[in-house]
Design a protein around this ligand. Structure first.
Ligand code: GLY
Length: 575
């Protein structure tokens, strides 16, 4: 018998028919819990936008596999979540294939154009020109999304590209209803979106005012681009009509991307980063993302502490977590970059022995100042944290964790005329000047300096945790520099604290990234705990809500999922 349990959204979700029966025989479903996951038997999708989740679920129900659903969701989000879903950006897809028992890391990260140079964003005084690196045509990395999604479908999918693009084309052509989330994001991004007449004409009315909640937003040019991709495949984007339009736009605006850059772009299949945490196998993204390495590094450090008996979000637990975060982010600065260009000591960084040695450096009573972990000056700049993650598990045992982005909300804010395609501003993820922070206040090192065709360092951390060789947890998050620590906390919440996935998702989060030497805490974390942490020497800084995790657990022949309540519009559905 098939049971469909609908997702609750936001925090106030309570029990559903039939759940108590399951609760009694499922260790991951605890009816004492306040928050309950979505439960299903055949497959599940968790994404940050409800239309995309429904599009992915429809593919699963038709018999498609997790990759088919993931590719469909990826194209759909380019229409329905334009601030992060994309065609003009890039990302990472982690795929577990049940049949071959393999986990594959698909890298479709953007790369620097051939004409890029290490100092291209430095002004005459040697300072980073923030406008140029974030909002100009030079801020745009060669996009990877279209090639990445199509490669995933061709190699591991079963449906046609036409089918995968169908919901995206329909939603772009007939329009989608503006919801609160889209409306608010367009208020937030108005400042840079309205600088470009093309962008403004798509997302705002002719007089510059907003589409109201409940009104319909059509993206006709984007629909035409999607149709071209359906007809001609990736060549439409990298060599055909769309490529011509991108190159013409670049040439007219001092941008660097040429036809050669587009024609040469290729996604790369890489070996995932593999770790082990308390008997679970953790697979995540290798460089050019720093996510997998530092996730495993932090887990290795934390395995030295009895986290479950210390207790969830108790001061002693948070203290060791924060210290582990500092060491990991200092190493990120020191060592990380695109491994096709620089040597990164990955084996050492993810080794148990290194984790154990760092654990020994942790003073249980006193915070180590970041300056003592690794000296460096701190800087202050604004942050942005847009990206989006989704997770899919199917009835065949396949799993997909995908995180992709335009970098900022709506990327550079530039749309290629006549295409409806927003362009990323991912060049800001390079180290434009060693020691100078990017928009996430992350300090970049020498290994992440700009070079032609190099991929910029990322924090995206799509992750699959396996139990006894089978996918158990699929998770990931947006959040800029906070992605890695957010993913860490989901994993610890379910493994160490035995939370169900909804409780693990809703639990308050903390973040430290070495510099600035500040502990970021979400609103509502226990005040007494914070006082104890201050007593240990942590300097506490309030924070916006962190991340938007989309997670699924498979246990006892059932799928348990949860969409983060921190961003409206997210939806987990199973069948
Ligand atoms: N642009 C954010 C990241 O790649 O981590």
């Amino acid at each position: 018998m098939k049971r469909i349990f609908k997702v609750f959204s936001l925090i106030f979700c309570l029990n559903l028919n039939g759940v108590d029966a399951i609760a009694q025989d499922s260790p991951i479903y605890d009816y004492r819990a306040v928050f309950h996951p979505v439960i299903a038997e055949n497959g599940m999708v968790a994404s940050q936008e409800d239309l995309a989740t429904k599009a992915g679920l429809a593919v699963l129900k038709e018999g498609g596999n997790a990759v088919d659903a993931a590719v469909t969701i990826g194209f759909t989000l380019a229409v329905t979540l334009p601030r992060a879903g994309n065609l003009g950006g890039g990302g990472f897809m982690l795929i577990h294939l049940a049949e071959s028992q393999k986990t594959i890391a698909l890298d479709y990260r953007e790369k620097a154009p051939l004409a890029a140079t290490a100092d291209m964003f430095l002004d005459e005084n040697g300072n980073v020109n923030q406008e140029q690196i974030r909002f100009s045509h030079q801020a745009v990395g060669v996009p990877g999304t279209v090639a990445g999604l199509i490669m995933a479908l061709e190699k591991y999918g079963t449906i046609s590209l036409n089918r995968a693009l169908q919901p995206a084309i329909e939603l772009a052509e007939t329009g989608m209803i503006v919801d609160e989330d889209l409306y608010n994001s367009l208020i937030f991004a108005k400042r840079w979106l309205q600088k470009s007449p093309q962008t403004s004409s798509i997302f705002y009315k002719p007089d510059g005012s907003l589409y109201e909640i409940g009104e319909t937003l059509k993206q006709t040019d984007l629909a035409n681009s999607l149709k071209l991709i359906a007809k001609e495949g990736k060549d439409a984007f990298y060599q055909g009509d769309i490529a011509d339009k991108i190159v013409a736009d670049m040439a007219a605006n001092n941008g660097l991307i040429t036809k050669e850059d587009l024609a040469k772009y290729k996604p790369i299949i890489r070996e995932p980063i593999e770790g082990n945490y308390r008997g679970y196998q953790v697979y995540s993204m290798p460089p050019p993302s720093s996510g997998g390495v530092h996730l495993v590094q932090m887990l290795n450090i934390l395995e030295n502490f009895s986290i479950s008996s210390l207790g969830h979000n108790r001061a002693s637990t948070l203290h060791v977590m924060i210290e582990a975060m500092k060491w990991a982010y200092a190493d990120r600065f020191q060592f990380m970059g695109d491994t096709d260009f620089v040597d990164v000591p990955i084996t050492r960084l993810i080794s148990k022995s290194y984790g154990n040695s760092l654990a020994k450096k942790i003073n249980l009573h006193q915070a180590t100042p970041s300056q003592s972990v690794l000296p460096h000056p701190a800087f202050q700049v604004d942050e942005s944290k847009e990206t989006t993650h989704y997770s899919v598990m199917d009835s065949y045992g396949n799993a997909v964790a995908n995180t992709y982005t335009l970098n900022f909300s709506y990327g550079s804010g530039l749309v290629v005329p006549g295409t409806g395609i927003l362009l990323n501003n991912e060049m800001d993820d390079f180290t434009a000047k060693p020691g100078s922070p990017n928009a996430f206040r992350l300090l970049g090192g020498e290994g992440n300096k700009i070079a032609p065709e190099k991929r910029m360092l990322s924090s995206m951390t799509p992750t699959i945790v396996m139990k006894e060789g089978k996918p158990w947890l699929v998770t990931g998050s947006p959040g800029g520099s906070r992605i890695i620590t957010t993913t860490l906390q989901i994993i610890m919440n379910v493994i160490d604290h035995k939370m169900n996935i909804a409780e693990a998702t809703n639990a308050h989060r903390v973040h430290h990234q070495w510099f600035p030497d500040l502990l970021r805490v979400e609103e509502g974390l226990n005040g007494d705990t914070l006082e104890l942490l201050e007593g240990k020497g942590h300097q506490i800084d309030g924070s916006h809500a962190m991340g938007s995790t989309q997670s699924i657990i498979y246990e006892d022949n059932q799928f348990f999922g949860a969409s983060d309540p921190r961003k409206p519009g997210a939806l987990t559905l199973g069948y």
